[in-house]
Design a protein around this ligand. Structure first.
Ligand code: ADE
Ligand code: ZN
Length: 338
């Protein structure tokens, strides 16, 4: 069978995707030109040469720099729509997109332009490609809780467009406990909650995200294997992990894809999903992450059907929407196995 084509056809949800991390060098250059912004690179090849990272922070420095070209509502629309074209090509049927408002409003960009640009593109993508979506607003953990609370106030008029809140940026030294009050406020306002934890940070940060922030899913979470009690809890409570294999290799959480623990987690019964995180920087969109898991870690087609089912089950879709997509996966799986 043509594995690439079969994996493409599988209905998949992408649950860990920073929209600012889909800014391809070509769009970076065209937006810089449109907005009269001077880039620290001469050409596209020079940009790509810079995309070699030692760790999370060395990536974030370049990633935040890239966001400087995003200024108008049209810029956010173009960025999001470009991602949806790729998502459609990869067979993605549902996306839950992160955005980082603090990296934009701190530069004087209006919150309204950010959210409306992203929202309008997602609506267009829904009409054109049938891709359903939710928007997740992430807070930058290297900034203060006070700053996050101010941005939450800006977001409240757009509450109906935002399904959940998350926590991202530099993990080490910024534990989830720093944001307990913020997440309480978010839950009072009916936002669901997720958080990056256990990417570079220790297992204790995952405990804090679960117990203090009361999150629905753990973003990354791969370091949970360092604490047997935590691993047991994650399995028993069926808490999903949004794992990003190519990202973890590029940011040196693992030195090589063959060292990644996602297959081990899967075999232990953890509800793992595969995601692309910041695909313009990490060398591949969602389907490439699936393919590399198959090639380097020995996931079979049936395993990847189960992972795509996990992505649907771990999403914030309604039960009836989940059932429809899961039935589609079951039918495809059955056909292949006859
Ligand atoms: N922001 C964008 N990508 C991120 C990641 N992998 N971890 C933390 N913050 C991020
Ligand atoms: Zn991330």
């Amino acid at each position: 069978m043509d594995m690439l084509e079969e994996l493409r056809k599988l209905p998949k949800a992408e649950l860990h995707l920073h929209i600012e991390g889909t800014l391809e060098p070509e769009l970076l250059f065209s937006l810089a030109k449109r907005n009269n912004i001077l880039l620290p690179y001469k050409n596209i090849d020079e940009v790509k040469d810079k995309y070699l990272f030692q760790d999370l922070q060395s990536f974030l420095d370049i990633y935040y720099n890239g966001t400087n070209v995003l200024i108008t509502k049209q810029d956010f629309y173009d960025l999001t729509y470009a991602y949806l074209i790729k998502a459609n090509q990869d067979g993605i049927r549902h996306v839950e997109i992160f955005f980082d408002p603090q990296s934009h409003v701190s530069r004087g960009v209006e919150f309204k332009d950010v959210i409306e640009g992203i929202y309008d593109a997602l609506e267009e993508g829904k009409k054109e490609f049938g891709i359903s979506y939710f928007i997740i607003m992430c807070f930058l953990r290297h900034l203060s809780q006070e700053n996050a609370l101010e941005v939450l106030q800006m977001a409240l008029p757009y509450k109906d467009k935002i399904k959940a809140v998350g926590l991202d940026s530099s993990e080490l030294g910024h534990p989830p406990s720093k944001f307990t009050e913020l997440f309480n406020k978010c839950r009072e306002n009916n936002f669901l909650t997720v958080a990056h934890a256990g990417e570079e940070g220790p297992a204790s940060y995952i405990w804090e995200a679960l117990n203090l922030l009361q999150i629905e899913r753990i973003d990354h979470g791969v370091r949970c294997t360092e604490d047997p009690e935590l691993l047991k809890t994650i399995i028993q409570k069926n808490i999903p992990l949004t794992v990003c294999p190519l990202s973890n290799v590029k940011l040196k959480v693992y030195q090589d894809m063959k060292e990644h623990n996602i297959k081990k987690l899967f075999d232990l019964g953890v509800k793992v999903t595969i995601n692309s995180d910041d695909p313009a920087y990490f060398g591949g969109y969602l389907l490439e992450n699936y393919i590399q898991c198959q090639n380097e870690l020995g996931f079979t087609y049936n395993d990847l059907c189960d992972i795509s089912k996990n992505s649907i089950e771990a999403s914030f879709l309604s039960n009836s929407e989940k059932i429809k997509l899961i039935n589609e996966i079951n039918n495809l799986k059955q056909k292949i196995n006859i």
